[in-house]
Design a protein around this ligand. Structure first.
Ligand SMILES: [Zn+2]
Length: 561
C-alpha cells in the first residue's frame, strides 16, 4: 500500500513539474468542440503564430465566450491583423485575446461605436478600465468572424502571461483530439562554414527521406568533415481536421545524447522576428518551404535550447555518428529520423572563399550606400550577420542584394526625383519588384522636398512608379435614387490600381457614417442599425484616397422611411 502511495506521489510530482499552469481556469471560448486550423508557434511569415486558430465550421457569427472571469482591457479594430479583437485581463495576471471577430456583444458594441463616432474612424484602439466592461467566465463577448488578415472564418485565441508573452493554450487544457504522428516532409544537411563538406560539397544538401512505415524515417548515409548541422521541414495534423499545423517539440540526438531542442511553449513578441533566423530563409524565399534549422548561429530565440555546441556537429576523420531527430506534438506522438554520418577527410577538398563586393556591411554599424539618384541607409542591427552586399543602380532601378537574406528591422531607400516636374513628382511612389514577374508592389513612401523616402525590411529590386489613376467607387447593393427602406446594410466596392487605398470617408447629409472596410472583398459596409441615417432623403458622399493622394468622390441619393 505504501509503495503504491509513493508511486502516485512520484507521478504527480513529475506531471506537476511538466505543467505548472492552471488547468480548469480557462474554458473553450466557443460552444463547439475545438478543431484547429492553426496551432501555437506555428511558423508564419516573419513571426510565430501567437495563438491557436479554432475552426468555426466554415461559418461566421458563432457565439464567443469569455474564457475566464475578468474585464475587457483592450479593444482593437483594424483593417488588417486581428481585424476586430478583444483582450480580457484576468485576476490571475493572464490575458486572453480573441481575434477576427464579426461583431461584439451588444454592450461592447455600443461602447465601441460611441468611440468610433467620436473619432470618426472605423479603426480604433481602446483601453477600458477594470470597471467599464467586466465579464464573467462563459458569458457572451462577441461573435466569431473573418475580419482583418484572416483567410477564412475562424477564431484566433491567445493566452498571454503577465509579461505579455503568448503561451501555448494547450498547456492550460484548451485542447483537441490528437493521436496523429507529425509528418517529416524534408531533411537538409548544412556545412556550417567554408571549410566543412558534406559528400564532398560545401553546399547544403537535401537528403532523401525513406519512410520506415511506422511513422519513422531514415535517410541515405552521408560522408562529412568539419562543422555540419541539420534542418527539418515538418508539420502536424490533429485528428478532427486535415489542416497542416505546427509541431510542439523537436529534439536532436548525437550518438544517443541530446544536443539541441526547440520547445514551443512560450515566446515574446520582441523575438518573434527571429523566426527568419531559425528557418533556412533562402529556401523559404525560393521555394516557400520552412526548414527549421537544428543549430543556432546568432539567434537569441528563447524557444531554442542549445544543449551541446549550439547543435553543430563537429565531424572528424574516420568517425561514425548516428544523428537522430525526434519531432513531437503536444500529445507526445513522435516521429523519428535517423541519419548515419561517416567522417571522411579528403585532401582534394578546397575551402571555398566567401563572395565579396565593394560594399561591406558590418551589422553593428550604420551603412550608407549611394549611387546616382539612389541612396540606401542601413541602421545598426539591420542584419543578423556581416557580409558583402550586392548594390547596383541603373536607370532608377536599385538592385539591393537578394530578397533571400533576412533582415531584423526596416531600413530606408531614398530616390531623388528632382529630374521630374513638380506635378509628376507628386504622383511618384517607391515599388518593390516582386517575384519572377517583377510585380510592382507599393512600399511605404514619404516625401521630403524632391526626395522620396521608402521604409522597408526586404532586400531585392526597387524602383519608382507613377500612379495617376484615381480609386474606383461603385454602389454594390443599391442604385442612385432608390428606395431602400428594408435594407440592413449599404454596400460599396472600392479599389485602386497602383499605389493602393490609403483612406476613405463616408457621410450622409453631411453627417459622418461608420463604414467597415474589408480589404479582402474590397467592400465598404454601413450597418443601418447604427441609427445615424434617420432622414427620408439621403445624400451619400464617399471619398476614397490612394497612397499618392489621388482621390475619388462618389455621390448618390437613396430614400428610407
Ligand atoms: Zn491566428
Amino acid at each position: 500500500m505504501r509503495f503504491i502511495t509513493s508511486l502516485i506521489f512520484v507521478f504527480s510530482l513529475i506531471s506537476n513539474a511538466q505543467n505548472n499552469y492552471p488547468q480548469d481556469y480557462f474554458c473553450n471560448p466557443l460552444e463547439i468542440p475545438i478543431v484547429l486550423a492553426g496551432t501555437f508557434a506555428e511558423l508564419r511569415t516573419n513571426h510565430f503564430h501567437s495563438g491557436m486558430d479554432i475552426k468555426t465550421q466554415f461559418r461566421t457569427g458563432l457565439r464567443v465566450k469569455a474564457s475566464a472571469n475578468g474585464y475587457i482591457s483592450r479593444i482593437k479594430i483594424s483593417h488588417y491583423g486581428y481585424g476586430k479583437a478583444l483582450y480580457i485581463t484576468h485576476p490571475n495576471g493572464y490575458t486572453t485575446v480573441y481575434g477576427h471577430l464579426l461583431k461584439f456583444s451588444p454592450e461592447i458594441e455600443a461602447f465601441v461605436k460611441k468611440h468610433q463616432h467620436e473619432k470618426e474612424s472605423y479603426e480604433v484602439e481602446l483601453f477600458p478600465n477594470a470597471e467599464s466592461l467586466p465579464v464573467l467566465k462563459d458569458s457572451l463577448i462577441a461573435y466569431s468572424g473573418n475580419t482583418g488578415g484572416s483567410g477564412g472564418p475562424h477564431l484566433h485565441f491567445e493566452i498571454r502571461d503577465k509579461e505579455e508573452r503568448p503561451m501555448n493554450p494547450m498547456l492550460f487544457g484548451i485542447d483537441t483530439k490528437d493521436t496523429t504522428i507529425p509528418i517529416i516532409k524534408s531533411i537538409y544537411a548544412y556545412p556550417i562554414d567554408n571549410n566543412s563538406f558534406i559528400n564532398k560539397s560545401n553546399s547544403k544538401r537535401k537528403l532523401t527521406l525513406a519512410p520506415l512505415g511506422n511513422g519513422d524515417y531514415t535517410t541515405e548515409n552521408i560522408e562529412a568533415i568539419g562543422n555540419i548541422g541539420f534542418g527539418v521541414e515538418t508539420i502536424d495534423r490533429q485528428d478532427l481536421a486535415p489542416n497542416s499545423n505546427g509541431v510542439y517539440n523537436i529534439q536532436s540526438f548525437v550518438n544517443g545524447n541530446e544536443n539541441f531542442e526547440l520547445d514551443f511553449k512560450r515566446f515574446s513578441f520582441a523575438e518573434t522576428r527571429y523566426i527568419n533566423r531559425l528557418i533556412d530563409y533562402q529556401t523559404y524565399i525560393e521555394s516557400n518551404k520552412r526548414i527549421q534549422k537544428l543549430f543556432k548561429i546568432n539567434n537569441p530565440l528563447s524557444i531554442i535550447k542549445p544543449i551541446v555546441n549550439n547543435g553543430v556537429l563537429q565531424i572528424k576523420d574516420s568517425t561514425h555518428v548516428v544523428y537522430k531527430i525526434r519531432v513531437s506534438d503536444f500529445k507526445n506522438n513522435s516521429a523519428w529520423v535517423t541519419i548515419h554520418i561517416t567522417g571522411k577527410a579528403d585532401s582534394t577538398l578546397i575551402a571555398e572563399s566567401p563572395k565579396t563586393t565593394p560594399y561591406f556591411i558590418n551589422k553593428n554599424q550604420t551603412t550608407n550606400l549611394k549611387e546616382g539618384r539612389v541612396s540606401v541607409d542601413f541602421y545598426k542591427d539591420t542584419f543578423y550577420e556581416d557580409f558583402y552586399i550586392d548594390f547596383e543602380v541603373k536607370n532608377d532601378i536599385l538592385k539591393l542584394d537578394e530578397d533571400a537574406r533576412a533582415t531584423k528591422k526596416n531600413f530606408t531607400i531614398t530616390f531623388d526625383m528632382s529630374h521630374y516636374s513638380d506635378e509628376d513628382q507628386s504622383k511618384l511612389y517607391i515599388v518593390r519588384l516582386v517575384g519572377r514577374n517583377k510585380y510592382p508592389s507599393y512600399t511605404s513612401t514619404k516625401r521630403k522636398g524632391h526626395l522620396l523616402i521608402g521604409s522597408t525590411n526586404k532586400l531585392g529590386l526597387y524602383t519608382i512608379a507613377t500612379d495617376t489613376v484615381k480609386p474606383t467607387i461603385k454602389a454594390s447593393n443599391f442604385k442612385n435614387e432608390q428606395w431602400i427602406s428594408d435594407y440592413k446594410y449599404l454596400k460599396l466596392k472600392i479599389d485602386d490600381v497602383g499605389s493602393g487605398i490609403s483612406n476613405y470617408r463616408a457621410t450622409v447629409n453631411g453627417k459622418w457614417i461608420l463604414m467597415e472596410y474589408d480589404y479582402k472583398t474590397k467592400t465598404l459596409t454601413h450597418d443601418f442599425s447604427d441609427g445615424v441615417v434617420t432622414d427620408t432623403k439621403n445624400n451619400l458622399k464617399v471619398i476614397v484616397t490612394d497612397n499618392v493622394g489621388n482621390n475619388s468622390t462618389f455621390e448618390a441619393l437613396f430614400y428610407r422611411k
